[in-house]
Design a protein around this ligand. Structure first.
Ligand code: SAH
Ligand code: SF4
Length: 362
């Protein structure tokens, strides 16, 4: 008789990679083609329980069920923006921590914004995730499962995920290995096969990890959250700047571009009368001079504990125009999901942890 393992001690199936599964299938003395069948079930058909693997013998299905958990994310709240183009889901993790992930529909794109940590240790003053503090790193499987959750929903509507941005809760380079392992798994040719270029990692500027990322020569897009062109202002908003000041950060960025020949995106949350003047744009242009890059400007989204306001459209346009006049390409990002707190930097758990979970709202 197969011993039933208590639920909590079972590993999550999305935490193992293809090679691990191959070994397991061999250990279980199953024919090797079962590995691919299981992988396709997970990453092409998005089956969410062992019972759905009807192409496997019942004994193998049971073995999977007794060995692995198939679900670790419990969706406890689903919010849709008023235009229904943006959906934010709040998930509970098995240990009671919570994360959020967002689906954005825009023309033919189906972009997911996913989390790499519950909370964040970086403490950027204008970011809701930073304001809640660090809870814990996610495992690679928990990062993967956010994608599978939405891929499964989209699959049922005949659609699929086209892009993934690691811009949800947390600092991906503060959880480097799990983040890369998750991308590799979603990248695997026998499964989702989502090309590296469809991923964008955004970092607050952890220099050693930028250098490591460059050395690994990955095709994943890199975005750097800059927000200020001098150390004093940047440190006041992004405490990490004390440890990794601008000149060292820019040197790492220049080395990255030289090594990979890939363009960097610099993110800039425009804050009225803080970092949105034409002079600041000029300073930024000097900082980025000659670098293969692009600036993504987004008017600051409101959060509870920061009083700064997003810039007006006029100031945003003038900022962009000044950058472009100095030869720096710039786009103003459209705000999405503001009405459901799903915009950049607005992801945080607002539920009272002691109150019962909200009913699922669809
Ligand atoms: N930790 C990573 C990725 C998650 S944050 C990082 O900081 O880059 C994703 C983006 O949202 C970052 O560029 C971040 O600076 C930005 N952001 C944070 N709070 C914001 C806010 N209130 N309004 C607009 N953008 C914000
Ligand atoms: Fe963390 Fe990014 Fe928010 Fe800063 S902006 S607190 S790094 S999630």
């Amino acid at each position: 008789m197969v011993e039933v393992v208590p639920l909590s001690s079972k590993p999550l199936i999305y935490d193992i990679d293809y090679a691990d599964l191959e070994h397991l299938i061999k250990d279980w003395q199953q024919p090797s083609f079962r590995t691919r069948q299981i992988w396709e079930g997970l990453y092409k058909n998005y089956w969410r329980s062992p019972e759905e693997f009807t192409n496997l013998p019942v004994s193998l299905r049971n073995q999977l069920a007794n060995t692995f958990r198939f679900v670790s994310l419990e969706p406890i709240q689903v919010l849709h923006s008023s235009d229904r183009e943006t959906t934010k889901t709040l998930f509970n993790l098995p240990d009671g921590k919570a994360i959020e992930a967002v689906l954005m529909k825009y023309e033919k794109r189906r972009t997911l914004c996913i989390s790499t940590q519950s909370g964040c240790a970086m403490g950027c003053v204008f970011c809701a995730t930073g304001q809640m503090g660090f809870k814990r790193n996610l495992t690679s499987g928990e990062i993967v499962e956010q994608v599978i959750y939405y891929a499964n929903l989209l699959h049922k509507e005949g659609e699929s995920v086209t892009n993934i941005v690691l811009m949800g809760m947390g600092e991906p380079f503060h959880n480097y290995e799990a983040t890369m392992a998750a991308i590799d798994r979603l990248n695997h040719p026998f499964g989702m096969n989502l090309g590296a270029r469809r991923f964008t990692i955004s970092t607050v500027g952890l220099i050693p990890m930028i250098r490591r990322f460059a050395a690994e020569q990955r095709q994943i897009n890199l975005a750097i959250s800059l927000h200020a062109a001098d150390d004093e202002l940047r440190t006041s908003m992004l405490p990490v700047n004390k440890k990794y000041p601008l000149d060292e950060l820019m040197a790492a960025c220049r080395d990255y571009v030289a090594q990979t020949r890939r363009r960097i995106t610099f993110e800039w949350a425009l804050i009225q009368n803080v970092n949105d003047s034409v002079e600041t744009a000029r300073k930024l242009a000097r900082l980025l001079e000659g670098l293969l890059c692009h600036v993504n400007v987004i008017p600051l989204n409101p959060t509870k504990k920061y009083t700064g306001k997003g810039s007006t459209r006029e100031r945003a346009m003038a900022f962009k125009a000044e950058l472009e006049r100095n030869g720096i390409p710039c786009t103003i990002r459209i705000r999405r999901g503001i009405d459901i707190q799903a915009g950049c930097g607005q992801l945080a758990i607002q539920q009272d942890q002691n109150s019962p979970p909200n009913p699922l709202m669809i």
